[in-house]
Design a protein. Structure first.
Length: 135
């Protein structure tokens, strides 16, 4: 693998079929990042550190959008704040990640990635890991 410092663009499209009762799940979400990453290869080991800055937007589920519109109409008549719009438009995001991969013998690799992204009003943490068999 190549070593060095890289700059690039990254995009994500995320969609969910069903709403989760434990947290807000938009119908779809878009994220676009400008990233910088540093890659290093050593005998039997690979490491990558990345920082990201970008923008994101989401489309609310129809039932969430309809409930907000009804609440907003009532709030305007009664003079109170209806809460945040479920379709907030484009918002800033920042993130970072670290990936490590280690050769285990001739045909196996173990890998792990930890990633954190600061989104609108929450922080998203991702931990991935596994084994790969090379033929």
């Amino acid at each position: 693998e190549r070593q060095g410092l890289y700059l690039g663009l990254q995009g994500y499209f995320i969609t969910t079929d069903r709403a989760n009762p434990y947290y807000w799940t938009p119908y779809w979400e878009q994220r676009y990042y400008l990233f910088a990453k540093l890659q290093r290869s050593y005998p039997r080991t690979f490491a990558e550190a990345m920082v990201r800055i970008g923008r994101m937007t989401a489309k609310a589920r129809d039932e969430d959008a309809q409930a907000y519109q009804a609440r907003k109409t009532r709030a305007e008549k009664e003079g109170w704040w209806p809460g945040d719009d479920p379709d907030p438009g484009w918002e800033p995001i920042v993130g970072a990640s670290l990936t490590l991969r280690q050769k285990l013998g001739r045909h196996w690799d173990a890998y792990g990635t930890f990633s954190v992204d600061a989104l609108r009003d929450y922080t998203e943490h991702t931990l991935q890991g596994g084994l790969m068999l090379h033929f």
